[in-house]
Design a protein around this ligand. Structure first.
Ligand code: ZN
Length: 69
């Protein structure tokens, strides 16, 4: 049975709170999803931990590249 989960994140561009649908089949994920309000590409980093609320962070796409890499 496929279980889907959801989390609430603040858009890093417009700060709108929105619900994203998560796929718990992978314990660690990073993917891009457009903000439902301003349509900017949010980079979502997701960690699933058993018995815990999924950990989700949304970043701006241009923050992904770390300095000094
Ligand atoms: Zn937004």
């Amino acid at each position: 049975m496929q279980i889907t989960d959801t989390a609430k994140v603040h858009c890093p561009y417009c700060d709108a709170l929105q619900t994203v649908v998560l796929d718990p089949s992978e314990p660690e994920q990073e993917y891009t999803e457009d903000c439902q309000v301003c349509c900017q590409p949010m980079v979502l980093t997701v960690h699933f931990e058993p018995m815990h609320t999924p950990y989700v962070v949304a970043r701006r796409e241009d923050d992904v590249h770390s300095p000094g890499d």
